[in-house]
Design a binder for this molecule. Sequence first.
Ligand code: KG4
Ligand code: ZN
Length: 334
Amino acid sequence: MSITILAIESSCDETSAAVCVDGKILSNIIASQSVHEQYGGVVPELASRAHMQNIVPVVDKALKEAGVTMSDLNAIAFTQAPGLIGSLLVGAQFAKSLALALNIPLIAVHHMQAHVLANLIDDPKPSFPFLCLTVSGGHTQIVQCDSPHEMRIIGETIDDAAGEAFDKSAKMLGLPYPGGPLIDKHAKNGDPNRFKLPEPQIPGLNFSFSGLKTAILYLLQDNTKTDPQFIEKNVDDLCASIQHRIISILMNKMKKASIQTGIKDICIAGGVSANGGLRSALKTMGETQGWNTFIPAFQYCTDNAGMIAITGYFKYLKGDAAALAVSPSARAEW
Ligand code: KG4
Ligand code: ZN
């Protein structure tokens, strides 16, 4: 008998539903919310309302595209934490109602663990144990993954996340939110060595991005004093230099983590893993360090229910169902 799971992700500003049959993702529908662009960041109240509007059509589409009906489902997986609480509540309530109505198990999934397990969706897959650099708008973590159920954070940011570093830098350059993909785009035409930005000296496997943010602010302030058009004229080189420094901070710590653990299967995950520069830096470093490198398909890098579905599948196989009384949480223990 095959195992069919419907998964729902609503932790931030993406409403997503996916269907997974025996560990294969048959559909992964993502509705992004453009309403936040004009505010320069996600507005939690508006995100919750947009999830309410999107969730039924997104689930319908995911089921249709996968060619399954409600009666084929064996379990409902949903993102329990972490995230915006109002957004999480919409997905959690929807998942609970459906599980109750269909009388099937409910599976609670940790969003950050799901980002890591996105690497187990498509072939080739990493072998356990592997290391994953999870880089998103809210998190920057090096995770050692010993099995689908055993993961621990061995390094993390002590201030801003890598995605925040991209988005805040973009904001200083006058680029709209979310600025990460726009920095990526401009960086393709720029010189990464044009502006020298500092690399923080943080001990161990932790990261820091706040010093970089300050350095960028001073660079822009100093130069726009003498040339008000400085940013417009140099946007490509500025983006390339900023991206170059963020990537070198990330990759140097991954190199250290691999040496320290002796693990050479190295993955990336999270929204920032969609970055072209980071993807090629990982490949290049993989070649010099003798790593096997893994990057999820683009659709499984940013927030998506496909990663919730694959995590839900592993939890289902382990018999790890949640009680219907389970509550979503903005912050969650790992
Ligand atoms: O994982 P994600 O979709 O949502 C969170 O859980 O945070 O990550 C979103 C973050 C944002 O900061 C966004 O700017 C960044 O990922 N991002 C990128 C790129 N695509 C998304 N950053 C750099 N280059 C990209 N191509
Ligand atoms: Zn995420």
